[in-house]
Design a protein. Structure first.
Length: 151
């Protein structure tokens, strides 16, 4: 994924400024933790909280929750729910789309891009006179780690 940490930080500062909100130290720490991991991982609130507390022991769960809600509202984070009851977050990148493979045994989440699937979806929608605004493609199964000889 192409967006840099600096770009995300700048987008956050600009969005906060537009809304008349301050960039607090705790909010900054939580955003840094998320931006560090949210591009490669799908982080839940518990994990963001754990990582943020490693940097600042004063950060509470409610602050993490409010900050992630704010990042979602600002278009910097995208909430994901993969059927296990947890809300996970990933960095939202305008113009970038990917889909997910989710292991039902270990909960591993793999991202993939497949232009042929995207093209087929467009053709199916067009054939039915349907305009796609957004979509989510999730495939649930067993990953190679779980299905291998040791799994």
């Amino acid at each position: 994924m192409g967006v840099t940490q600096k770009t995300l930080e700048r987008r956050l500062l600009d969005a906060l400024s537009e809304r008349g909100l301050r960039q607090t130290g705790q909010r900054r720490t939580i955003a840094d933790v998320f931006f560090d991991g949210g591009r490669q991982e799908h982080l839940g609130l518990e994990e963001i909280h754990r990582r943020a507390r490693q940097r600042d022991r004063r950060i509470g769960y409610a602050t993490v929750y409010r900050t992630m809600k704010l990042l979602s509202e600002l278009g910097l984070a995208q909430e994901r729910r993969f059927g296990d009851g947890l809300v996970r977050y990933e960095v939202a990148e305008a113009g970038h789309h990917h889909d997910h493979l989710i292991c039902t045994r270990c909960a591993r989440i793999l991202e993939f891009e497949e232009p042929r699937i995207e093209a087929l979806q467009e053709r199916v929608a067009a054939a039915h006179g349907f305009t796609i605004e957004w979509h989510r493609h999730e495939i649930y199964g067993v990953c190679d780690r779980c299905s291998g000889p040791a799994g």
